[in-house]
Ligand binder design. Structure first.
Ligand SMILES: NC(=O)c1ccc[n+]([C@@H]2O[C@H](COP(=O)([O-])OP(=O)(O)OC[C@H]3O[C@@H](n4cnc5c(N)ncnc54)[C@H](O)[C@@H]3O)[C@@H](O)[C@H]2O)c1
Length: 260
């Protein structure tokens, strides 16, 4: 029974949880009875998140910065007293443009947050997850983690890396009872995707409405997915209901087979 998802009292860290998908995950995990800590680079957004979710723990941390992640895990030990679930959610859209136009600094920054950030968090989480009875790691990838994505090579490269990282950790950690899965969202309705659509329209010299329609049409369902759809899948993948789901790239995209 999914109602008995076993989340009550579980210690959960969600990176970049002050807004967007991470905030929706914080709501869903908190509602399921978990003890949730979110980190983010945006203090103001963290304050707002804390005001909106009873019992939510928050701390400032940049997942791409080794010292900041070390301080984050001090907070995990002090505030949560251990860790059952790590959600490596932090990720940025990165630059939009064909490869010959991209700067090395934009490329580096995208990989530093989207994949190196997951590595920095994972290596400090694993000793804590090994002490848990039901350790889980969930890594946010994207539909761009199994498809090519013209104009978004830095993002796609980082999100394919997340899938390789996930499958490898699933093999390394399975014998410790730790499950590691990747979630691959399609286009999620919200402010982030609207910014991405605007940037794409500019690059292609096309009207914003046309690109927005094309984003909806890239799903077989003819619409974008919701933040709640993603949060629900993360909760399921973290729960005991998914006790044998390991090393998977779980798409939540209404069936998307090509990205524009
Ligand atoms: N929204 C989508 O359409 C979509 C689609 C596919 C995959 N994803 C993935 O889902 C995850 C969440 O996406 P989102 O749309 O909620 O993101 P978002 O752009 O809304 O950002 C969420 C939060 O990340 C924080 N953040 C940025 N850099 C950070 C850093 N270095 N350390 C800590 N926090 C940082 C921001 O302050 C913000 O509060 C990302 O990994 C993203 O790539 C999103």
């Amino acid at each position: 029974m999914f109602e008995e998802n076993g989340m009550k009292g579980r210690k959960v860290l969600i990176t970049a949880g002050a807004s967007g998908l991470g905030l929706e995950m914080a709501k869903v995990f908190s509602a399921a009875g978990a003890k949730v800590l979110v980190c983010d680079v945006n203090q103001q957004a963290l304050d707002q998140a804390r005001a909106g979710i009873a019992g939510l723990h928050t701390t400032v941390a940049d997942v791409s910065d080794e010292a900041s992640v070390a301080a984050l895990f001090e907070e995990v030990r002090n505030r949560l007293g251990g860790l059952d679930v790590l959600v490596n959610n932090a990720g940025v859209a990165g630059p939009t443009g064909y490869v010959e136009t991209l700067s090395k600094s934009d490329w580096d920054r995208t990989l530093a947050i989207n994949i190196t950030g997951q590595f920095l968090c994972a290596r400090l989480a694993v000793p804590l997850l090994k002490q848990s009875k039901a350790g889980v790691m969930i890594n946010l990838s994207s539909a761009a983690g199994h498809l090519g994505f013209a104009g978004r090579s830095a993002y796609a490269a980082s999100k394919w890396a997340v899938v390789g990282f996930t499958k490898t950790l699933a093999i390394e950690l399975g014998k410790f009872g730790i499950r590691v899965n990747a979630i691959l969202p399609g286009a999620v309705e919200g402010p982030r995707i609207r910014a991405v659509i605007a940037a794409k329209a500019k690059t292609l010299g096309a009207p914003v409405e046309e690109i927005a329609r094309a984003y909806e049409d890239q799903s077989a369902m003819g619409r974008m997915v919701s933040a709640r759809d993603i949060a629900n899948m993360v909760l399921f993948a973290a729960s005991d209901a998914a006790a044998s789901v390991n090393g998977q790239a779980l798409a939540v995209d209404g069936l998307t087979q090509a990205l524009i």
